[in-house]
Design a protein around this ligand. Structure first.
Ligand SMILES: Cc1cc2nc3c(=O)[nH]c(=O)nc-3n(C[C@H](O)[C@H](O)[C@H](O)COP(=O)(O)OP(=O)(O)OC[C@H]3O[C@@H](n4cnc5c(N)ncnc54)[C@H](O)[C@@H]3O)c2cc1C
Length: 497
């Protein structure tokens, strides 16, 4: 149902935005979820998942606040309605830059710890829209079911936008014996039965970050692209509570319920990664975007370009948080005049500025696809993503290094407020121009971002979530045209071959 914007008295466009409460209500839908062998009745029965849901819900509420309206919403030209920017398809350079505001917003909201915030999966749908003309030409190669892929992609984009939908995307397959092609094949999600109304699929998807906290799952198979059997060549989407979907959650690593002082970031909960079993799951015909066509699978790179732009932008925002935190460390420890310390902060700044430069370059070199979508330059993104993950461990180490003992010797709010010992901590540990507690709050923030269990999961996530470094190097080799560079060498050296 179309609702009226509630925030101001001025006449506003009709909108399709959900409040946080409305979003939370959608999750109480009978989804099948296990954690540590325990079946949860609701996703919010687990504190770490519930805290993560609250954080996501606050993003829905922010859509109605004037200070976040520009970053989180836009007027969709095809309907004239106000919608979430998550579902915006950039049709010009300006719209591409505007869409980035949403990525910066969700990245700041989660301090970069959610790699799959609500605007990530829609970025993959935007990638399909960017090449919808290609998918319009494709036909089902599975007998018995003949979806119209192009129509379905456009309809799913409109459906996601109209419902302010949150989706999880799961493309990678389960980790099996990689030396055995048959093992990888066995793990693929596969069509088991096709009917005129849709297909039944079985298998598993991993790792589906945020799946337990989202409405839909958007899936395909990655890996073994040249050998993927037709029944595993499937792109589709279904609600996460569909019969036959079972989610098995990994161990929780955040600290919900901890004091905001002790754990400013990990108290916010987490996006939990799920192993998602499909046991004879019905995928309706109108939610299928490829069926049986191996050439459709090779569109992974172009289709994921907006998601990869999202990943790099989030890392740039996080790098800027590292610079801000690093500057504060120099301020409160009074180490800012030591040349060696300045150089360490310089490295953090170099990292942050370099990531921004890659994003701006990818946007500057953006091009319009045949389907009329303004798409960031993939080679700049891949090079930037490679640089970002190769240097991430060193950047974390530098931030830890400039903190010295303060990063380890943290005592918590209760210790500071304890009448017997608190005064020792308060008197003996002040910083430069700050109290001991103010100094510790900064160290607690940096601990959560670099050193605690949540930071450990995030660091592992950064390294592989959108392909590990060796695969990114292989993509550069495959995708970056070197002809002009070779010609330049030949011209300068006088090589006439
Ligand atoms: C916390 C977390 C969250 C994630 N979230 C998502 C998500 O939301 N959606 C999603 O689709 N995926 C997600 N991923 C999965 C991610 O896409 C995969 O981890 C990634 O593609 C690497 O595949 P793999 O882990 O199966 O590595 P494996 O294939 O098991 O390989 C292990 C390692 O061997 C090396 N290697 C293997 N094959 C090659 C090769 N051909 N070339 C070079 N090196 C190679 C790499 O170093 C690789 O890391 C997530 C992963 C993690 C850890």
């Amino acid at each position: 149902m179309t609702m009226q914007q509630k925030t101001t008295d001025a006449p506003n466009p009709a909108h399709r935005l959900k409040t946080g409460a409305e979003f939370k209500a959608t999750l109480d839908d009978g989804r099948q979820l296990w954690l540590g062998g325990r079946k949860l009745d609701k996703v919010t029965d687990e504190p770490a998942l519930a805290a993560g849901v609250e954080l996501i819900a606050s993003m829905f509420d922010d859509q109605f606040k004037p200070e976040f309206a520009e970053a989180t919403t836009y007027v969709e030209p095809t309907t004239g309605e106000l919608a979430s920017r998550a579902w915006q398809v950039p049709r010009s350079s300006e719209e591409l830059t505007d869409r980035r505001k949403m990525i910066e917003y969700t990245s700041l909201k989660t301090a970069g710890t959610f790699g799959r915030p609500p605007d990530l999966a829609p970025a993959i749908v935007a990638g399909l829209m960017a090449h919808v003309d290609v998918f319009k030409e494709k036909k089902s190669m599975i007998e018995g079911c003949s979806p119209d892929f192009g129509e379905n992609i456009e309809a799913y984009m409109a459906f996601g936008r109209a419902n302010n939908l949150t989706a999880s995307e799961s493309l990678a397959g389960p980790q099996t014996d990689r030396s055995n092609p048959k093992a990888a094949e066995m793990a693929f999600l596969r069509v088991k039965k096709a009917t005129k109304d849709g297909v039944y699929v079985s298998g598993a998807k991993t790792v589906g970050s945020i799946a337990a906290q989202a409405n839909d799952i958007f899936f395909t198979n990655l890996g073994g692209l040249t050998t993927t059997p037709p029944e595993a060549c499937v792109w589709g989407a279904v609600p996460i509570n569909t019969d036959g979907i079972k989610m098995i959650s990994r161990e929780m690593v955040s600290q919900p319920g901890a004091s905001k002082f002790d754990h400013p970031v990990s108290s916010l909960g987490e996006e939990a990664d799920q192993f998602i079993v499909f046991d004879d799951v019905f995928v309706p015909k109108d939610k299928i975007f490829n069926l049986g066509d191996p050439t459709g699978m090779s569109w992974y790179g172009p289709v994921c370009v907006f998601a990869h732009w999202h990943v790099l932008t989030r890392l740039a925002v996080k790098a800027e948080l590292f610079v801000g935190a690093g500057q504060l460390v120099l301020d409160v420890l009074g180490t800012g005049k030591i040349p060696a310390v300045q150089l360490m902060l310089g490295e953090l700044i170099e990292y942050a500025q370099t990531l921004r430069a890659f994003i701006y370059a990818a946007e500057h070199k953006a091009s319009m696809t045949a389907s009329g979508v303004m798409t960031p330059d993939v080679s700049m993104l891949t090079a930037g993503r490679l640089y970002s993950i190769e240097n991430y461990p060193r950047i974390i180490h530098i931030l830890q290094e400039i903190c010295g003992q303060g990063l380890v010797m943290r005592f918590g709010k209760d210790a500071f407020e304890n009448p017997e010992i608190g005064h020792y901590l308060n008197e003996l540990l002040p910083g430069h121009g700050v109290t001991a507690m103010q100094k510790e709050l900064l160290m607690n923030f940096i601990w959560d971002m670099t050193s605690g269990a949540l930071a450990g999961r995030v660091a592992l996530f950064e390294n592989v979530n959108a392909s590990p470094a060796p695969r990114l190097r292989a993509r550069l080799f495959e995708e970056v045209n070197r002809e002009a560079f070779v010609d330049q060498v030949k011209t300068i050296a006088g090589m006439d071959w």
